[in-house]
Design a protein around this ligand. Structure first.
Ligand code: FAD
Length: 353
């Protein structure tokens, strides 16, 4: 497409997996659309993940519509680099009209259209699908003494692998998949302490991302969430091979949350202190919704209320990806693939009406 800004029916903000899945359905419908993406190349957040990160589902359950992710040559779940390669091939194969790098700075109402302001000019669209993900807004909770700590503090988003931590005393905070996977490898080169709000809950070995997706779908369809035996009732952390290995070597024992940081480490309410060199905050992400601020749609929880993927306060805006609030497991590859289909069907109905 011409990189010159102009008018389009549908403008997708974000060219990660969610934006590509929407692009696939828009392309099939021969819609007039463009995808604007802030990155220099394909892959969205996967471009920035640490090298050893593995998907928690096999390739066949991690695919966008129309084209299966190939199983990695060595077997096992795909890596972040495998995922980037797959997404690059996907957008090339379908000839998706993606323009990079373009940063969307703000979206506002402009009569019958939405005006999309970018660092390379302004677009006007009848409908915007926002698919900007969460990686760009790392979340770190506040604890007293954070500024006094003289060691290093990292977030998942800035973690690049265990090498720079070799021989250190490392505190890893967080009870989810990122914390467990990072702990599994850092504990092979450093002395680690794992800190979680609640005792960490490992899923049984046979439960993978596919099972979690099925659960999210069942929950979305049914008001009854008290189904005993559901995987999420048994735990939260997927036992990918490195996590299993760490569990079997006894490295997955967690301590309760500390109450403050000191100059040299962390401390608990009873006065116990632990010295450390680095703290890794594996404390999650928030949706990257800053470009939507001019529309003033956020609810008290910081999210934008939606029906399906359509914003309740602005029917010309759809939100895709981000988390379960925009569709079952829609921050994952398989979930984004399913939600993109219903999202685009709704968009096409709107354009036709
Ligand atoms: P992103 O990949 O973040 O793509 C959004 C794109 O929008 C980016 O290219 C970004 O640069 C661009 N963008 C953002 N803001 C703007 C703007 N203002 N203007 C223009 N462009 C913008 N999922 C699985 O399916 N399986 C897994 O095993 C799995 N493991 C995960 C492990 C970790 C540690 C994390 C963090 C996530 C994992 N996920 C997994 C979740 C999920 O697949 C990723 O978070 C995924 O990248 C989300 O895709 P997305 O397209 O919604 O967002």
């Amino acid at each position: 497409p011409s990189p010159a800004p102009g008018r389009v029916d549908v403008l997708v903000v974000g060219g990660g997996q969610a934006g590509l899945a929407a692009g696939y359905h828009l392309r099939r419908a021969k819609a007039d659309f463009v995808v604007l993406d802030a990155q220099d190349g394909p892959g969205g957040a996967w471009r920035h993940a640490w090298p050893s990160l593995r998907l928690f589902s096999p390739a066949r359950y991690s695919s966008l519509p129309g084209r299966m992710m190939p199983a990695p040559p060595g077997g096992g779940p795909p890596s972040a680099a495998d995922t980037v390669a797959y997404l690059a091939d996907y957008e090339r194969h379908y000839g998706l009209p993606i323009i990079r790098p373009v940063h969307v700075q703000g979206i506002r109402r402009d009569e019958d259209r939405l005006a999309v302001l970018t660092d390379t000019g302004a677009w006007r669209a009848r409908i915007v699908i926002s698919a900007t993900g969460t990686w760009w807004r790392p979340f770190v909770p506040h604890y007293p003494g954070m500024d006094d700590f003289r060691g290093r503090q990292l977030h998942t988003a800035g973690y690049t692998g265990p090498e720079s931590l070799r021989g250190e005393r490392v505190v890893i905070v967080g009870g989810g998949n990122s914390a467990a996977q990072i702990l599994a490898e850092v504990s092979t080169v450093a002395s680690t302490t794992w800190i979680t709000l609640r005792p960490p809950r490992l899923l049984p070995d046979e439960v993978d991302g596919k099972a979690l997706f099925d659960l999210a779908t069942r929950r979305a369809r049914s008001a009854d969430v008290a189904d005993t035996g559901d995987p999420a009732d048994l735990g939260d952390i997927v036992a990918v091979p490195p996590v299993r290995e760490a569990r079997d070597r006894g490295a997955l024992k967690a301590e309760p949350m500390f109450t403050r940081l000191t100059a040299t480490g962390v401390a608990w309410a009873d006065g116990t202190e632990l010295a450390c060199d680095t703290i890794i905050w594996c404390t999650g992400f928030r949706p990257a919704l800053g470009h939507l601020a001019p529309l003033r749609l956020r609810g008290p929880d910081g999210l934008i209320p939606v029906e399906g993927t359509r914003a309740l306060g602005e029917a010309r805006l759809h939100l895709l990806g981000y988390g379960d609030w925009t569709g079952p497991a829609s921050a994952t590859l398989i979930g984004a693939a399913r939600t993109a289909k219903t999202c685009v069907a709704d968009v096409l109905r709107q354009l036709a009406s």
